[in-house]
Write a protein that binds this ligand. Structure first.
Ligand SMILES: Cc1cc2nc3c(=O)[nH]c(=O)nc-3n(C[C@H](O)[C@H](O)[C@H](O)COP(=O)(O)OP(=O)(O)OC[C@H]3O[C@@H](n4cnc5c(N)ncnc54)[C@H](O)[C@@H]3O)c2cc1C
Length: 545
């Protein structure tokens, strides 16, 4: 896996890192001088830009479009733009094209708080979700403010000017570099790399003569009808792919090293449908949203407090849906407790129906080696395949891979601590839209965006130009995500830490976040506010927040 900018260097890398840091600082100094008018002409390839925004959003996925709508609605009069590395909006819901691509949480909670989900399916397919995001962007006048093919690669905060200078690579194969400035940076770049998913080093993989596919790069014309398919993996992607491919493949085998918890939920929500028929759309949506929030909270709390009871409930569901005598212990009894990793949801038991119908099967074993015709397993068994899908996960990446510097000091993300799970210690005027691991992503992103709007309005009313969560050295550090999934453990040191107590603690709890983000005091003694001119500076410009 390629490493992102804030990876702690090995000792041998430190000197070159120091030199490149010095160059960056020198370049930043030259650029600052140019902006101050010292340098009237420049033959530098960096194109200086006069464009300044009150808020710059990075990323036009579900979160970035939501963030823009919140700004549009609650922070009127602010200038803002979105930079998006790709040439389309939608992020995840535009990128993934594998068969059956769908949400694995319900759309009443994955949808935005301000835009009711009106379709019948609660567990929705990727194209419906993309349509919903596009429609939201159109209805809120967001589309014309998106700058496509603009990849933010670096952001430098300057306290003297109370603004970020964001270096952006613009264009396609040979991008040019431009700079934009903003008073507040809102990071909505998701949590994984777009250029490649994660594939472990499987021995002999090059020998396989069939088609090898990663779900993140699904070939448009892959024909698997009537062919033997092996899907390697046991996560949300694998349990989506298996029943979808089993509809036309000769047979699909899900090959997993160890099982996950899999739970079936109705693809359509009858209560939501009834409420929609009886009540105005917004009211029905709000009630359904809360119903589903509470259902997930109960499931998470029960798993934490009574894991054995939860295991029995999940098993009873499996026994109802799998054929009599099916070996649940081997294939569906994980070694961890429910919600130590995300539960895999299957709509209307489609995976279990494919297994019961003989179109799909599960093999729990380790790969010894790939062969020309498939895979040989540690048990000695062989699986023959025409197509192998490596549903082995994502390569996590924080902050859209951008480098951060504050007043010339490089910020190593792994050394920062998250404030309320959405700002970073000692990093001014920056928020990150990240979702929950145990509930729908958008629930947290909506709260984060509400908080940011509240913060911006508060700062404007009081004449503040910056706000910085100041790290308290007495607060103990904890990993950012308390999950045992491989994809989390592989990357956790590149993510910020969370703290052992509020407001540094990441509770992964919507109700507590409502209290903290929607109702909590902005001036809490941890978030430090400053007015332009209160920092020792050479030249201070007026700042519009
Ligand atoms: C297959 C799949 C299914 C999922 N299903 C669910 C689900 O059912 N429920 C749920 O809660 N979560 C789900 N998730 C998590 C999902 O990613 C989020 O729900 C949500 O879509 C994330 O939206 P986002 O906008 O934050 O990030 P993304 O969708 O990743 O979008 C980020 C955008 O930012 C852009 N970007 C990134 N870095 C930069 C940069 N440096 N400069 C400019 N642009 C940049 C990217 O190009 C992209 O367009 C799923 C994830 C996957 C992969």
């Amino acid at each position: 896996m390629a490493l992102c900018g804030w990876w702690s260097p090995r000792p041998s890398e430190r000197s070159s890192r120091w030199i490149s840091g010095q160059w960056r600082r020198l370049a930043a100094g030259v650029r600052q001088a140019c902006r101050a008018g010292v340098c009237l002409e420049s033959d530098s390839p960096m194109e200086p830009s006069n464009e300044h925004f009150d808020v710059l959003i990075v990323g036009a996925g579900l979160s970035g479009i939501g963030a823009a709508c919140h700004l549009q609605r609650n922070c009127q009069g602010r200038s803002w733009a979105i930079v998006e590395a790709r040439d389309r909006l939608g992020g995840t819901w535009d990128l993934f094209k594998y068969p059956g691509i769908r949400s694995d949480s319900d759309m009443y909670t994955l949808g935005y708080s301000f835009k009711p989900w009106r379709e019948a399916k609660a567990i929705a397919d990727g194209s419906s979700i993309l349509r919903y995001v596009e429609q939201t962007a159109r209805e809120n006048g967001v589309q014309e403010r998106i700058r496509y093919r603009h990849r933010a690669v670096r952001a430098e905060w300057d306290s003297a000017r109370a603004r970020w200078t964001v270096t952006v690579e613009r264009g396609g194969d040979t991008p040019e570099t431009v700079e934009l400035t903003c008073s507040f940076l809102l990071m909505c770049g998701g949590y994984y790399r777009y250029d490649g998913g994660y594939t472990p080093r499987f021995p002999g993989i090059e020998r396989f003569s069939g088609e090898l596919v990663h779900p993140q790069h699904w070939p448009e014309h892959l024909d698997y009808a009537g062919r033997r398919v092996v899907v390697i993996g046991s996560g949300a992607t694998a349990v989506t792919l298996v029943p979808a491919m089993a509809r036309s493949a000769a047979h699909v085998t899900m090959l997993q090293r160890s099982p996950s918890y899999v739970v079936s939920l109705p693809g359509e929500d009858r209560i939501a449908d009834a409420l929609r028929r009886a009540l105005p759309a917004k009211t029905a949506y709000a009630i359904t949203r809360w119903k589903n929030v509470l259902r997930t909270m109960v499931s998470v709390q029960l798993s934490r407090r009574r894991p054995e009871l939860m295991k029995r409930l999940l098993r009873a569901g499996l026994e109802r849906q799998l054929p009599a005598g099916y070996d649940i212990d081997t294939h569906f009894k994980p070694r961890y407790n429910p919600w130590d990793q995300r539960l895999c949801l299957v709509p209307d038991g489609d995976l279990f129906r494919a297994i019961s119908g003989g179109r799909a099967s599960v093999v729990t074993d380790e790969i010894d080696t790939f062969t020309e015709g498939g895979v040989k397993l540690s048990s000695g068994a062989e699986l023959e395949a025409d197509v192998i899908v490596t549903a082995t996960g994502l390569s996590l990446q924080a902050l859209g891979g951008i480098e951060l510097a504050v007043d010339g000091r490089e910020m190593e993300l792994g050394r920062t601590m998250t404030y309320k799970g959405m700002m970073l210690s000692d990093v001014p005027n920056l928020a990150i839209a990240l979702g929950y691991t145990n509930a729908s992503w958008t629930l947290k992103c909506d709260l984060t965006c509400e908080y940011v709007c509240r913060l911006l309005n508060h700062m404007a009313a009081r004449g503040y130009s910056s706000c910085t969560p100041r790290r308290d050295p007495t607060v103990g550090e904890l990993p950012f995500i308390d999950f045992s999934s491989g994809y989390v453990l592989r990357a956790i040191d590149k993510f910020p830490k969370q703290g052992a107590r509020a407001p540094w603690r990441l509770y992964q709890n919507y109700a507590l976040d409502i209290l903290s983000l929607r109702r909590g005091a902005l001036e809490d003694g941890v978030l430090e506010f400053a007015k332009a001119g209160s920092v020792a500076v050479d030249a201070v410009e007026p700042v519009a927040i």
